[in-house]
Design a binder for this molecule. Structure first.
Ligand code: RFL
Ligand code: PHB
Length: 386
């Protein structure tokens, strides 16, 4: 078997890369270890930067996004019993859009298949040769095979096989002393814009998926057992952390999905070895507080698709050679922003009174200074790609 670009992983990064390459007349095969239903239902990100919605729209994969995506112009920081709006669009001229990762994946799978794309579900990459180059795989029937190619894109997430195939990799990481308990609930959101709440009991986030479905998160200990959180306790804790002095009320409804996600920062450098390129969560992880993970995966593959397009069109390696350093500049900015939002809003169990006073002072500053609000807004809505 042979293709131009072998793509490991059918998450947002792998599927979008395959789609962008197809538009440039470049062939690819996507190998995805899970089945289609699993990939399309995995609950994850929800907040898209304008650069992410722009590329989906410009590449012809944004039709449903345009109909169903919810465009936001601001967010709320809530602490000390009061809300403070950050007017993202007034400060930056840009918007963000709530449209679930599950829906992006569904749209891209449908689009690749409609265009005759080769997306192989239940086909696991088991070996990577960055020099030959080729990918060894095992299909759903247990048969093994080899996919020969010109280039390999490892879009296989944090636990994939791509990153271990890069020799001499340098890694950087932080573990946080907390995790997020996330729920989906069949109840209209109690807010139009996202609420990021800092509270002495811990962080809470009110997000949404549609006018009928709310998505909420609670800071919990890193080793928390989900069984310790029956629905009633979740609603009670959310109400306590979002409470204000002005009669605002959190609406409750049936919880349809519940999970705990550990928080981690991680970067692997470089993002390339020979003909193997790492993209998305395969190369870096951010804690979800800044809503950057999916958006970084998208910006990586935009840079990679441009570089491969130049290579096939002109024979020039210039953009491919710059791939890792181009991506890492944006990655490190997002790493810093996500770390900053996380430490600004979460309760570190080891924090002493001095640290807590500094944190409160920082929050007061962010919501009262035009310069600080603008810094938050320009990072949140997304810095330029490439
Ligand atoms: P993915 O989505 O993990 O996809 C990788 C795919 O590779 C497959 N795979 C393999 N396939 C074949 N052979 C192998 N050997 C393979 N090994 C793995 C996997 O099955 C999978 O399908 O990575 P990708 O494409 O890089 O996308 C990254 C995003 O999924 C991730 O960054 C975001 O979900 C992070 N994230 C958020 N990002 C945002 O931009 N905004 C948000 O609001 C946001 N909220 C979140 C989040 C992540 C969360 N969790 C659960 C981690 C909220 C949460 C709770
Ligand atoms: C989400 O809607 O899932 C979401 C939104 C913003 C974040 C993280 C997650 O910062």
């Amino acid at each position: 078997m042979r293709t131009q670009v072998a793509i490991i992983g059918g998450g947002p990064a792998g599927l979008l890369l395959s789609h962008l390459l197809h538009l440039q007349g470049i062939d690819s095969v996507v190998l995805e270890s899970r089945d289609r239903g699993y990939v399309e239902r995995r609950q994850r990100a929800g907040m898209l930067e304008q650069g992410t919605t722009d590329v989906l729209r410009e590449s012809g994969a944004g039709e449903r996004l345009d109909r169903e995506g919810l465009v936001h112009h601001g967010l709320e920081l809530r602490f000390g019993g009061a809300g403070h709006r950050i007017p993202l669009t007034d400060l930056t001229g840009r918007t963000v859009t709530v449209y679930a990762q599950t829906e992006i994946v569904k749209d891209l799978v449908a689009r690749r298949l409609a265009d005759g794309g080769d997306v192989r579900f239940e086909t696991e990459a088991v070996g990577v040769d960055a020099s030959a180059p080729s990918v060894a795989f095992r299909d759903r029937a247990g048969r093994t095979g080899t996919l020969e190619c010109d280039y390999i894109a490892a879009c296989d997430g944090f636990h994939g096989v791509g990153r271990p195939a890069v020799p001499g990799l340098r890694t950087f990481s932080r573990e946080y002393p907390f995790a997020w308990l996330g729920i989906l609930a069949d109840v209209p959101p109690s807010t139009e814009e996202l609420i990021y709440a800092g509270h002495e009991r811990g962080f809470a986030l009110h997000s949404l998926r549609s006018p009928q479905v709310s998505r909420l998160y609670l800071q919990v200990p890193p080793d928390e057992d989900i069984a310790a959180w029956p629905d009633a306790r979740i609603w009670e804790e959310l109400a306590a952390r979002f409470a204000t002095g002005d009669g605002w009320k959190l609406q409750e409804g049936p919880i349809t999905d519940k999970s705990i996600t550990p928080m981690r920062s991680f970067v692997a450098e470089p993002m390339r070895h020979d003909r193997l390129f790492l993209a998305g969560d395969a190369a870096h992880i951010v804690p979800p507080t800044g809503a950057k993970g999916l958006n970084l995966a998208v910006s990586d593959v935009i840079v990679l698709a441009r570089a491969l397009t130049e290579r096939y069109a002109t024979g020039s390696d210039t953009l491919l050679d710059a791939y890792s350093s181009t991506c890492l500049r944006r990655v490190w900015r997002a790493e810093h922003f996500s770390y900053w939002m996380t430490t600004l809003l979460h309760v570190d169990p080891a924090a002493d009174d001095f640290a807590l006073r500094l944190q409160r002072s920082h929050l007061d500053y962010v919501v009262s200074s035009e310069a600080a609000k603008t810094t938050l807004a320009e990072n949140y809505t997304g810095l330029p790609i490439g």
